[in-house]
Design a binder for this molecule. Structure first.
Ligand code: FES
Ligand code: FES
Length: 161
């Protein structure tokens, strides 16, 4: 076992991990941050997406040891400081960008990563960015709409689901 220390959602945390412990398991099991989901464990679905040092990462593809010393943000850390939802989260709610919600943490982490580098993405850019995130429920239209609306763009041209 090896000790790892990282900053998760602004708080310094540490724990003992095996070399094979995945970052997603460290977050969910050791830190009880269960908003990060495991949909496949094989890098397909994107439900486990978090930010590591500002970059979008599928946390099932990274060992906890590799995140030693890093700054990690999970879905629990994406809201406003006062505990209310971020504009992006609120937009998912308003535009029905989720149904069962299983993919939603990963979708929001991926979308927030996109909006950081591209504050006004086109529909095509959003769809391209979300290629690594799978949703079984929504058909994606409302997810795209929610992201475009969160970036202050007109969403009337996007087909309703
Ligand atoms: Fe990580 Fe599916 S659980 S990509
Ligand atoms: Fe159910 Fe996306 S809302 S998988």
């Amino acid at each position: 076992m090896t000790k790892v220390t990282m900053t998760v959602n602004g708080k310094s945390v540490s724990g003992e991990v095996e070399g094979r412990t995945l970052l997603v398991d460290f977050l969910r099991d050791a830190q009880r941050l269960t908003g990060t989901h495991v949909g496949c464990d094989t890098s397909q679905c994107g439900a486990c997406t978090v930010h590591v040092d500002g970059l979008q990462v599928k946390s099932c593809t990274m060992f906890a040891l590799e995140a030693d010393g890093a700054t990690v943000t999970t879905i629990e850390g994406i809201g406003n400081a006062d505990g209310t939802m971020s504009a992006l989260q609120a937009s998912f709610q308003e535009h029905h960008g989720l149904q069962c919600g299983f993919c939603t943490p990963g979708m929001i982490m991926a979308a927030s990563s996109l909006l950081k580098v591209n504050p006004k993405p086109t529909e095509a850019e959003i769809r391209h960015h979300l290629e690594g995130n799978i949703c079984r429920c929504t058909g994606y239209h409302n997810i795209v709409k929610a992201i475009m609306a969160a970036s202050g763009q007109d969403v009337s041209a996007i087909a309703a689901e």
